[in-house]
Design a protein around this ligand. Structure first.
Ligand SMILES: *Cc1c(COP(=O)(O)O)cnc(C)c1O
Length: 235
């Protein structure tokens, strides 16, 4: 087993023990391996360690990776999640290549992803990115903007709304992390009440530095980069 595979194994066992510790159901938390800036070889290591779900932030580099795996490893049916900020001039590439998008934050982006989805592909599984910390410079919509976006997304045939995502302010304090994540959990519960017909089963929250608090607060999908692939030179 190489380092990446050891890291994945360790994180899965951390997830399992956190699920137990916090009374979460077994297998209720998925691991998304965030492979941005990392080469195809690193992703291949993870794939050979059993990893199926990958998160990418930058359109151009991710397209090359996705096309490589679709061409050479189609039988593995890897799932690709776009988790970076989306500019409207990049929606076509995202719509043509990704299975999931976590960062829907305005009507125009949702509409374009829907309109540009190629015929014959399954709907894109989408999450609304929420700003839970009321900082203006953070990405994501505020609570009062969510409902209009839900109404739009549910009217679009090529998008399937699955839940919410957030990236809270960076802090190393477990309790503060937990409070921030809990806001997203409460919002999702509110949405579930208001839209009982939707299957909102996904809360994308928790990264390398705060996964324990995220699991405690109800995360169903962790986005883990550094703890799997090592440190990055972020753009
Ligand atoms: C880079 C990134 C991650 C992974 O962060 P790590 O701290 O490396 O685990 C998760 N989510 C988003 C949106 C990211 O951009």
């Amino acid at each position: 087993m190489n380092n990446i595979q050891k890291n994945i194994k360790r994180i899965i066992s951390q997830i399992e023990s956190a699920q137990k510790k916090y009374g979460r159901a077994r297998n209720s938390v998925q691991l998304l391996a965030v492979s941005k800036t990392k080469p195809i070889e690193a992703i291949l290591d993870a794939v050979q360690g059993g990893q199926k779900f990958f998160g990418e932030n930058y359109v151009q580099e991710s397209i090359n990776k996705i096309q490589f795996f679709r061409k050479n490893y189609a039988n593995l049916s890897l799932k690709w999640h776009f988790i970076g900020p989306i500019q409207s001039n990049k929606t076509r590439h995202v719509s043509e290549n990704f299975d999931w998008v976590h960062t829907i934050n305005r009507a125009k982006i949702a509409q374009r992803l829907n309109d540009q989805r190629p015929v014959g592909m399954e709907p894109i599984q989408v999450l609304i990115q929420v700003n839970t910390c009321s900082e203006k410079n953070k990405f994501g919509v505020f609570e009062n903007e969510i409902f209009a976006l839900v109404d739009l997304i549910t009217s679009l045939p090529n998008l399937t709304l699955r839940g919410l995502m957030s990236i809270p302010a960076n802090t190393s304090d477990h309790q503060s992390q937990f409070i921030a994540f809990s806001k997203l959990t409460k919002l999702k519960n509110k949405l579930t009440k208001k839209y009982p017909q939707l299957e909102l089963d996904t809360l994308s929250m928790g990264m390398s530095g705060d996964m324990d608090a995220a699991i405690r607060a109800g995360s169903t999908m962790l986005r883990i980069g550094t703890s799997i692939f090592g440190t990055r030179n972020d753009k």
